[in-house]
Design a protein around this ligand. Structure first.
Ligand SMILES: Nc1ncnc2c1ncn2[C@@H]1O[C@H](COP(=O)(O)OP(=O)(O)O)[C@@H](O)[C@H]1O
Ligand SMILES: [Mg+2]
Length: 321
């Protein structure tokens, strides 16, 4: 009998994932997400967007209503590849009577890592996540941040090909966050694929190669950081003279004046040129025309803000830049 294998280059290829919880809560409404092998992928979205539900479906912990696609080349829901996946859940709880080293040994045993390997790896990982001096302390004594670090070590105990992290820096201080970023960069260099859920823009912006923005159970945007931020939000025209004198005409063309500079919002080169013609005809010297690109934050606010407006919620305030 011929064995047919679906060949896919994606580490994760999710198609049409839907999940409805009790009382008709539609957590996911048809999600499509592709993650390349060896990349760090960030799933960004506000609380309640459906991020945790999606990763639990990937980890076969929650059963979707409908879903197609593959994880590490196996159909979604198949548990075969679970042994080469590492997972840091939203909340990790460890048996409180165990020390950190014992807890890692225990999870390593569940993941069928041979005894000698898992003990050696447990020691290395505790050092790597900054818990070396706390290896023999009972987990019940751990702070939230320490538990998070231990959770990360636990997710790595089987040396996974695919690492899935749900809000990895939740509960960590700025130093801890930076240490996690460094660790993730090291893991990427070692060829791991990493899927991160986060509601924190900065976290996703600094470590991820590709990003999807999830909002109300749907992917609103997906792409590399540069793909998502390639559009121009506005142009700034800097001139030699006082542009106050041409304010009325500039506004008629659709520009505005801010801090002695002319702003043209949107990607509107035609309007920029009309204003330049006006300025040149009045003997202003154009010093520069600067396009400002979207930041990931602009994209996020656009996606989340628009949708919030449409359901009557107050718009989200923009950070002054
Ligand atoms: N076990 C559950 N039972 C019922 N509703 C749930 C359950 N888990 C999550 N939800 C709901 O599904 C939606 C998505 O939640 P979740 O996947 O946790 O989002 P996120 O991780 O992005 O914050 C929310 O409305 C949440 O209240
Ligand atoms: Mg969550």
């Amino acid at each position: 009998m011929q064995h047919v294998t679906e060949i896919t280059n994606w580490a994760v290829d999710l198609i049409g994932v839907k999940k409805t919880y009790a009382r008709k809560i539609q957590a996911l409404r048809g999600v499509n997400i592709q993650v390349g092998r060896g990349e760090i992928f960030g799933l960004l979205g506000p609380n309640g967007a459906g991020k945790s539900t999606l990763v639990k479906i990937m980890m076969t912990l929650v059963r979707p209503d409908v879903a197609y696609g593959t994880v590490l080349g196996r159909p979604l829901g198949n548990r075969k590849k679970r042994a080469v996946m590492g997972f840091l859940p939203e909340l990790s709880r460890f048996p409180s009577y165990l020390t950190a080293h014992q807890a890692l040994d225990y999870y390593g045993a569940i993941a069928k890592v041979p005894r000698v390997t898992r003990r050696k790896r447990a020691t290395e990982l505790l050092e790597r996540v900054g818990l070396k001096d706390w290896s023999d302390t009972r987990v019940s004594q751990y702070s939230k941040g320490m538990s998070r670090r231990l959770g990360l070590a636990q997710a790595l105990i089987n040396d996974p090909e695919l690492l899935v992290l749900d809000e990895p820096t939740d509960g960590l201080d700025p130093i801890g966050r930076r240490e996690v970023r460094t660790l993730l960069a090291e893991l990427r260099r070692a060829g791991k694929t990493i899927f991160i859920n986060s509601h924190l823009l900065s976290e996703v912006e600094t470590v991820c190669d590709r990003v999807a923005i999830l909002h109300q159970g749907l992917v609103a945007r997906q792409g590399t950081l540069s793909e998502l931020t390639q559009h121009t939000v506005e142009y700034r025209i800097v001139t030699s003279g006082d542009v106050g004198a041409v304010r009325a005409e500039v506004e008629k063309i659709g520009g505005s004046i801010d801090d002695g500079q002319i702003i043209v919002s949107g990607h509107d080169a035609k309007r920029v040129n009309e204003i330049i013609d006006l300025l040149r005809s009045r003997d202003y010297l154009i010093e520069s025309v600067q396009p400002r690109r979207f930041s990931l934050e602009d994209v996020f606010v656009e996606v989340i803000g628009d949708a919030a407006d449409s359901v009557g919620a107050p718009p989200i305030a923009r950070r002054a830049s």
